[in-house]
Design a protein around this ligand. Structure first.
Ligand code: ARG
Length: 481
């Protein structure tokens, strides 16, 4: 290994090379532990494609502004392409003594093109460089996440359309509350994910300003064109203040907060999949594709993918917390603390992407068991509210009185072990003589859901309309690419 630093923590002078990029005034190489805490190449190598993109835009601008010769800029661009090719081919040799991705790339560029490589860093610092690279990475992740969230919405809306009239119990407090349709339940997640996408897109809009050209912190005396680099990298404009440019990580915090809320949503759905898969519920089945067996209990079929999707929110929410604590109390402008922004962000956004893919797969794979759902929907006196509403509508009872009467009927039904649908009329009339047999029309779960036609309610006609509207919207978006 050529990049071994000096052993130990003592300031022992050493013949070893100090850092080639900034070591001009250094006589000793760093202590081993100094390198260990400082080095980021092990994780920030993920930013290599963004780093090279940023460098190419910077070099082109320097040439246009007359700061670099056209010939040098051309060499630099060609060399950077060669470096990227090595990285993509997996042949690039990362060196830990070069600390980070920026210096690894630049050093290799120098090997390939020679002296001109040294001009690339004119009017730039690693501070604005890393801020730019990281923004580009987070932006790419946002774009990917927004896209796959759209696929999940589509899968959910498709299932909702097929099950617009499939009755299941709706719960509050996880107690049977009122019948709903499976399609309605799925569409609730389509709405949630719609807001998630909105949050990512909002974050993206604020993220999309370019820090490049902020230099170390104060800007530069070179006549650079920050609008040109901003535009070349797909940003809406350059960031207006150089101190803010190098020290802002709001974009990562916002994105992690959007990721956390999204992961929370998926953890709720994952939890429902886990529950619904149990023999006690038996509402859905998942195929072998999304379940695993037990090495000791041959009968088992475990929803591991759902469990892991439920769990990943821990590290995603943790990433937000972690970066928030890194940023808290940091003075302007750049501090090395900010190097700690990357690992947690990489992990959180890549974990979320995996969760989304797994949930998408499970949504497509799962099948409801309508008979079981329907039977469960009728249990627990779930149409009691329909009975109370009938008393209000037909007998003009105040709702509070109707609630009381219905409560007594439920109590009587419970005593003889019948559900409301099968309760003899005479027994009901003992409690409220004005009840007629017309009441039975509202006591079945099918009629209960059919009656919920209020805007946003669970009536199959509403669900179908809403599922189709979502499908139309999502397919239109898809065809626009
Ligand atoms: N690896 C560093 C980071 O991730 C790059 C910026 C270093 N800047 C500096 N002035 N040391 O933050």
């Amino acid at each position: 290994m050529t990049d071994k630093p000096a052993k130990g923590t003592a300031n022992t002078p050493s013949n070893a090379q100090s850092n080639a990029m900034w070591g001009g005034r250094f006589a000793m190489s760093p202590a081993e532990v100094m390198q260990e805490i400082n080095v980021s190449i092990d994780f920030d190598k993920r930013l290599a494609p963004q780093d090279i993109r940023g460098s190419k835009a910077h070099a082109a601008m320097l040439a246009d502004a007359g700061i670099l010769t056209k010939a040098d800029a051309k060499e630099i661009a060609k060399g950077l392409d060669a470096v990227l090719a090595e990285i993509e081919a997996g042949t690039f040799k990362y060196s830990r003594s070069l600390e980070d991705v920026h210096m690894n790339v630049e050093s290799r560029l120098k090997d390939i093109i020679g002296a001109a490589a040294g001009r690339l860093h004119t009017a730039r610092s690693r501070n604005d460089q890393v801020a730019t690279d990281f923004r580009l990475y987070v932006r790419d992740q946002i774009d990917g996440i927004v896209h796959v969230l759209g696929s999940v919405q589509h899968a959910l809306a498709k299932k909702a359309e097929a099950h617009a009239a499939t009755v299941m119990p709706g719960f509050t407090h996880l107690q049977p509350a009122q019948p709903v349709t499976f399609g309605h339940h799925l569409l609730a997640y389509v709405e949630m994910i719609g807001r998630d996408r909105g949050r990512f897109l909002d974050a993206r809009a604020r993220l999309n300003e370019c820090p490049l050209g902020s230099a170390a912190l104060a800007g530069t005396s070179f006549p650079i064109d920050r609008h040109q680099t901003a535009e070349a990298l797909g940003f809406d404009r350059p960031m207006a203040n150089s101190l803010d440019g190098v020290s802002d990580r709001d974009f990562a915090l916002e994105t992690l907060s959007a990721a956390t809320i999204t992961a929370i949503h998926f953890s709720r759905f994952a939890e429902e999949i886990v529950s619904w898969m149990t023999p006690q519920f038996g509402f859905i089945t998942l195929t072998d594709k999304f379940t695993t067996g037990s090495s000791i209990m041959p009968q088992k079929r475990n929803p591991d993918a759902a469990e892991l999707s439920r769990a990943k929110v821990g590290r995603i929410a943790g990433a937000f917390q972690s970066l928030a604590m890194v940023m808290k109390g940091l003075p302007l402008a750049y501090s090395k603390d900010m190097q700690e922004d990357k690992e947690v962000t990489f992990d959180a956004l890549e974990s979320l992407t995996l969760v989304i893919a797994a949930m998408n797969g499970m949504i497509e794979d799962l099948e409801p068991v309508p008979e079981v759902m329907r039977t469960a929907a009728g249990r627990g006196y779930s149409t009691a509210t329909d009975l109370a509403d009938w008393l209000v509508r037909e007998l003009k009872m105040p709702f509070r009185d109707a609630h009381h009467v219905t409560g007594s009927i439920v109590k009587a039904a419970e005593a003889i072990g019948l559900d409301l649908e099968h309760m003899p009329l005479a027994d009901m009339q003992k409690i409220e003589p004005r009840i007629t047999k017309a009441v039975f029309s509202v006591l079945s779960v099918e009629n209960s859901v059919k009656s919920r036609v209020s805007y946003g309610g669970t009536a199959p006609q509403n669900v179908l309309k809403s599922a189709r509207a979502w499908l139309k919207r999502l397919e239109k978006e898809r065809s626009k690419g």
